[in-house]
Design a protein around this ligand. Structure first.
Ligand code: NAP
Ligand code: ZN
Length: 366
């Protein structure tokens, strides 16, 4: 079987293709709820895979985008980038998928495929800007790309992933964003046995960070604002839990971590976590709060600490992560909802009231 990266060839001009109507859920403004929406998908071309969506995870990025918190949303927006489905049709040149196969799509559906980042398998850092699964320019149909809160999606084979056969498909869906977004920095900074690793926030990303850092052999501490999550955090793989609102608990950990992954979606004090790093330790932000975070120079100067960020992961690494999760039996802890409950789910996510990822059962979408 060809590797996903083998089929990343330079983009060819796309012929105008036919289109088919399907249904989904969209938001029409930053203040309106998601509601049923009729949209079009291109008919699959020779390199395309048409996927009947079974499950789609609900990421906090969906909520940031629906509410225009990053001030870049074009409406109507159909969110969803944690997609698991079945192949309904595979184009004539598609090599890795056939009708009936399970298939997955994450946060990107295309990139320029020729820049240094794409050649390195880091399409998320494509120098022309990747085509995100939703709220990006749709190069085929015009308008914007529409995501996984819908019945079907059509994606170039090069951006379609193969989920492990043995894992529960619904619990696999969140791996496509929450999984890869935590896996990639843990790998990049070589998290391993013998290291002390902190994960900040026990939400969709955070709970995957705990599971993966544990699977990589590190000593894992979970930092949470929600003391009631302590038992769950330990069950998920944390060796210790620190309630970050308690200064005495935080003080005990000063200068003691090799690496900290911050998944917090809202304004918070990153200096409090930088101070917990050892000399040359690294804090990586994956959480993307809408407002800038304050940085004190004295949080990084004295111990030569490093602050970085990381965005999802490239296609080869996403497949590697899925295979790793297949080998280790790792899926997301999920609450399955019908799509009609999506607006309620957003409110619960804002209250950190989800264990630990909502996943939409797309069979609920009539
Ligand atoms: P989530 O499920 O809502 O989890 C966020 C967690 O942050 C909460 O469970 C909570 O954990 C903590 N938190 C929330 N508000 C807080 C506050 N005011 N102060 C301190 N902690 C707070 O969200 P998610 O889907 O994991 O996404 C997390 C962030 O990552 C979002 O900003 C999202 O857009 C971003 N993201 C980035 C990438 C990337 O590529 N970099 C990819 C996906 C998502 P506790 O209750 O344990 O404190
Ligand atoms: Zn996401």
């Amino acid at each position: 079987m060809a590797n996903a990266v083998d089929v990343l060839t330079p983009e060819r001009p796309v012929k105008q293709q036919g289109r088919t109507k399907t249904t989904g859920y969209a938001a029409h403004s930053s203040t309106s709820p998601l509601q049923p929406f009729s949209l079009e998908r291109r008919d699959p071309g020779p390199q395309d895979v048409q996927i009947e969506i079974l499950f789609c995870g609900v990421c906090h990025s969906d909520l940031h985008t629906v509410r225009n918190e990053w001030t870049n949303t074009t409406y109507p927006v159909v969110p969803g980038h944690e997609i698991i489905g079945r192949v309904a049709k595979a184009g004539a040149q598609v090599r890795r998928f056939k009708e009936g196969d399970l298939a997955a799509v994450g946060c990107m559906v295309d990139s320029d495929r020729v820049c240094a980042s794409c050649k390195a398998g880091l399409e998320q850092y494509c120098e022309s800007g990747p085509t995100f699964t939703y709220n990006s320019e749709d190069k085929h149909l015009g308008g914007m790309t529409y995501g996984g809160y819908s019945r079907t999606i059509v994606v170039d084979e090069a951006f379609v992933l193969r989920p492990p056969a043995d894992l529960d498909p619904a619990g696999t869906a969140p791996l496509l964003c929450a999984g890869i977004t935590t896996y990639s920095p843990l790998r990049r900074w070589k998290v391993a046995k013998g290291q002390r690793v902190g994960i900040v926030g026990l939400g969709g990303l955070g709970h995957m960070g705990v599971k993966l850092a544990n699977a990589f052999g590190a000593h894992v501490a979970l930092f949470t604002t929600s003391a009631h999550k302590t038992a769950d955090a330990k069950r998920l793989g944390a060796h210790e839990v620190v309630v970050s609102k308690d200064p005495a608990q935080m003080e005990k950990h000063v200068n003691s971590f090799d690496f900290i992954l911050d998944t917090v979606s809202a304004e918070h004090d990153i200096n409090a976590y930088l101070n917990l790093l050892k000399r040359d330790g690294t804090l990586v932000l994956v959480g993307a709060p809408e407002k800038p975070l304050a940085l004190s120079a004295f949080s990084i100067i004295p111990a030569r600490r490093q602050l970085s960020g990381s965005m999802i992961g490239g296609i080869p690494e996403t497949q590697e992560m899925l295979d790793f999760c297949g080998e280790h039996g790792i899926t997301s802890d999920i609450e399955i909802i019908p799509i009609q409950k999506i607006n309620e789910a957003y409110e619960r996510m804002l209250r950190s009231d989800v264990k630990y990822r909502f996943v939409i059962d797309m069979a609920s979408l009539k």
